[in-house]
Design a protein around this ligand. Structure first.
Ligand SMILES: Cc1cc2nc3c(=O)[nH]c(=O)nc-3n(C[C@H](O)[C@H](O)[C@H](O)COP(=O)(O)O)c2cc1C
Length: 146
């Protein structure tokens, strides 16, 4: 067996990507919990981890995992009619996962999941830039609806 001096071989070429999108305005709470359950089920199988934030209008998602699996999943997500206008805001190779143990952490601005993200942030292990983007995204959703 060959030694790999740069990274532990179980996680070759880990990639992390972040995107924002516009949720279908007709999407319901029920649709969203179904979506999250579906994402968690698939991601577990594919070895993907990450976080999905919803502010009532937009999604912000960070997905991390082996490059090929990640790209395949993103292609499917891009076609999903439950949202549109997907814009990738960050893409980078990573040595380790920020959301290890989360097949998909879900955070709804008005929901009951707030603590998950806060607990994770409190560990101080989140990438600074990702944390900043998530904080800004959540702040954006905190304004009253027109
Ligand atoms: C905002 C958003 C985020 C999603 N995130 C994921 C995800 O992380 N993993 C995933 O497998 N599917 C995700 N999906 C769902 C996929 O688009 C697709 O519906 C699903 O993977 C199909 O799963 P199935 O083949 O088991 O029906 C997401 C969809 C939306 C709208």
């Amino acid at each position: 067996m060959m030694a790999n001096p740069t990274r532990s071989k179980e996680e070759p070429s880990l990639l992390s990507i972040a995107y924002v999108s516009v949720a279908d305005p007709m999407i319901s709470e029920k649709d969203i919990s179904r979506l999250v359950a579906q994402a968690q089920r698939n991601n577990e199988r594919a070895g993907l981890t990450g976080a999905l934030l919803f502010n009532g209008r937009n999604f912000f998602q960070i997905l991390e995992g082996p490059e090929a699996k990640l790209e395949a999943c993103l292609q499917i997500i891009r076609m999903d009619p439950r949202h549109s206008g997907m814009v990738e805001v960050r893409r980078r190779p990573v040595d380790r996962r920020d959301f290890a143990g989360w097949s998909m952490l879900f955070h709804h601005v008005e929901g009951e999941y707030v603590q998950d993200l806060e607990r994770l942030a409190a560990r101080g292990t989140l990438d600074r830039e990702d944390e900043r983007m998530m904080t800004n995204f959540l702040a954006l959703g905190n304004r009253p609806r027109a």
